[in-house]
Design a protein around this ligand. Structure first.
Ligand SMILES: C[S@@+](CC[C@H](N)C(=O)[O-])C[C@H]1O[C@@H](n2cnc3c(N)ncnc32)[C@H](O)[C@@H]1O
Length: 281
């Protein structure tokens, strides 16, 4: 008996769990499929690739098993942070803005949401086709559409829960999209973005000082003043990134677009997740 097999026999469940956790996100709805169907699903997954999200689309079949960017473990780590921040979504309507390959929308449906709409536009051309294929394969009724975040106001509908993740810095008009999200938000929003380097703590100037300023006041050059860096070319080789906010700008922009920032999760020193509630106007 090899050492590996001996170890596996000794700790069968822990070995399996470690492998499963490392590999990607399991889906409760992933079905056992016979060989012929498994081959057809695998072939379609490959045809539709590359996938931004790695998750189990049918038992043992993963969408990004080769680990292309952003890697085999994405979005497992992100989901582990997001799930505890979600309100109870049972029976609620949810919107996933910039849903990419659909993982978060599908999870919301698995958690019992009554209606989930996932929208994506342009940068990942096959994303909506991937998400629709995954929804069919998993047997989850999620509405995936090609639509821009800028056009959310055209939906004659309000959502209890909105996800706005990984999108802000990809937009040339981020406040237009946030205002459009506000127009359709009836409850809360989970917002995630990359940021300028920070110390995992938001320290803001006195609201009275930052809301009415003079160009020649020292407040304007204070590190704690809300600021966006504009990227004219590429960010780490990515041509689709435009605005990098500091933490103070994240909070100020959310407020200015009608969202009250609540719990903040400082995932790394260059990223933030904010749970917000809608400010009714
Ligand atoms: C970094 S990915 C984030 C995907 C997902 N939300 C997540 O957190 O894993 C950004 C996504 O936003 C989409 N996107 C870019 N501009 C958009 C727009 N104007 N409206 C809707 N989606 C957009 C891209 O196509 C891409 O799928």
């Amino acid at each position: 008996m090899t050492i590996k097999r001996w170890f596996k026999n000794l700790f069968p469940s822990s070995v399996a769990k470690v492998r499963e956790e490392k590999y990607g996100c399991r889906m409760l709805s992933a079905r056992n499929v016979a060989d012929t169907e498994a081959r057809a699903i695998t072939a379609r997954v490959q045809e539709l690739g590359p996938w931004f999200h790695n998750y189990e689309i049918a038992s043992g079949i993963w969408t990004n098993s080769s680990g292309r960017f952003p890697g085999i473990e994405y979005p497992l780590g992100r989901w582990q942070l997001i799930e505890p921040l979600l309100p109870n979504v049972k029976g609620k309507s949810c919107l996933d803005v910039g849903c990419s390959s659909g993982f978060f929308s599908l999870k919301l449906k698995e958690l019992g949401a009554a209606y989930v709409l996932g929208i994506d536009f342009e940068q990942q051309p096959q994303a909506i086709e991937q998400a629709q294929f995954a929804a069919r394969t998993l047997g989850l009724d999620v509405d995936f559409r090609i639509m821009s975040a800028y056009d959310l106001g055209t939906l004659a509908k309000k959502f209890d829960v909105i996800l706005f993740m990984g999108l802000f810095y990809h937009l040339r008009h981020p406040l237009v999209a946030l205002e459009a999200a506000h127009a359709v938000c009836a409850g809360s929003m989970i917002f995630q973005t990359i940021t300028m380097p920070h110390k995992k703590k938001l320290s803001e100037l006195d609201p009275a000082t930052i809301t009415n300023v003079h160009r020649d006041s020292s407040t304007m050059s204070d590190d704690r003043f809300p600021a966006l860096r504009f990227v004219e070319g590429t960010l780490d080789g990515d041509v689709t990134c435009w605005f990098i906010p500091n933490l103070q700008a994240v909070a100020a922009i959310l407020r200015s677009c009608g969202f009250q920032p609540g719990q903040m999760t400082f995932t790394t020193e260059k990223e933030i997740i904010v749970s917000c509630s809608v400010i009714r106007r």
